[in-house]
Design a protein. Structure first.
Length: 70
């Protein structure tokens, strides 16, 4: 373009291909940004880092005798 300060870069019209990243545990290709950054797919990450148990699931009702004097 005449009068333009921007130079055309070679290959600017082509899509940039990323190097394929594979899961460190199962070897499947990773597509998500978080998965690519950690190197683990969502299923393998869940296996290695399970969610903390909900504290409410550990509570249970117990039959108790009434307190004396009540």
């Amino acid at each position: 373009m005449p009068g333009s300060d921007v130079e055309s870069l070679p290959g600017a019209g082509r899509a940039v291909s990323r190097r394929p990243v594979r899961c460190r545990l199962c070897g499947r290709p990773l597509t998500g940004a978080d998965s690519r950054r950690t190197g683990l797919g969502p299923a393998c990450d869940a296996k290695l880092h399970p969610a903390a148990p909900d504290i409410r699931t550990r509570r249970h009702e117990v039959e108790q005798d009434p307190l004396p004097g009540t």
